[in-house]
Ligand binder design. Sequence first.
Ligand code: PMT
Length: 403
Amino acid sequence: MLNGKTILLGVSGGIAAYKAAAICSKLKQAGADVRVIMTESATRFIAPLTFQTLSRHDVIVDTFDEKDASVVSHIDLADRADLVVVAPATANIIAKMAQGLADDMLSTTLLATTAPIFVAPAMNVHMYGHPAVQANMRTLADRGVRFIEPGTGQLACGYVGKGRLEEPEQIVAAIERFFADRKLLQGKKLLVTAGGTVERIDPVRYLTNDSSGKMGFAIAEAARSMGADVTLVVGKASAALPEGIRTVRIESAQDMLEAVVSRMPDTDILIKAAAVADYRPAEQAKQKIKKQDEEMTLKLVKNPDILQTIGSLKTHQYIVGFAAETERIDEHAIDKLKRKNCDLLVANDVTQEGAGFGTDTNVVRIYDNNGLVEALPVMSKLEVARNLLVHVAERIKKGDKAN
Ligand code: PMT
């Protein structure tokens, strides 16, 4: 599974450092070329010689210990890596990564690499739950760092709780899944809509909604990391646009309809995560509307339903709709899926904590024509995106087409 892959294993100084030996060994057994960097404090828990023997390479601890004069070690290792995994990751290395500090070999290499990074935290339960640690992890997650969550149980410090390094088998399985996922959507052209539409009342006023764009951006990023050729159609969004993804900016539902429909023939997968206004002002005033009477009535007219339109036009495309619901989730979701001729529909109950508009997380239920496919617990929008895209990829592979 990992043949030909170079994996950089960063070991920081916690008691779980001894488990990193098993990670190193399992990665090697799976065919990876494993390079190990240890922090000074990690060497207090386990000897570099253990990793040297398991990886069959020198282990680097000191930034200035340049063994090969023809290369600069931290740049060479950073460039060589197909993936970096920091396991165990202490609160200290997580903080350094979040702040961009480079005061030892591991933190310096982590700054220099452009490879994907996995972080497997391990620490005391209170340290793990500390707002500073949680904020640092959120910062890193926003930058695309993937976390392998610690388990819950008896900790070496005597406490029982969350903070135990995930088991080496699970860490290696996550890495294997990552490389397998990278090919899941290879050769597929995917278009995703994100953000809210803006329906102008006059030159300075408009109707919109609370969509931040995060859900759609997460889908775009996850799809790219699975090998898809991604186009993002974005309305109003408060979250930062993902870098390096082809992006089309639009304003109104009508603009979005045109942007999506015109690209349909050249698209294999369409995902509509945008929050589209159902109505727009019947008239758009050319000049700023002046304050007049005590009351004012704004007449609205129905917008085109983009999802329904593409559902009716679809040929080879695989179509995924979203639904923001507040009640009778299953019933409304299945009704939307059928009415709009989608292949999958993702419903979020936007009344739930950690779900829906503006949050970094979501809680979704995924449906197909036969009903519920999967109900996912609260997880980051990136994880929701990955789970959804795995379903899409598997169904396309099976030849599951539009109805
Ligand atoms: O952007 P975030 O802050 O991360 O928030 C994410 C989200 C809550 C916006 C997202 O997860 C979500 O649920 N998006 C769909 C919101 C929505 O418009 O739901 P709806 O039930 O009103 O519409 C159902 C589907 O029809 C959606 O795919 C929508 O894009 C589409 N639609 C709706 C109206 C319309 N005129 N045209 C459409 O295409």
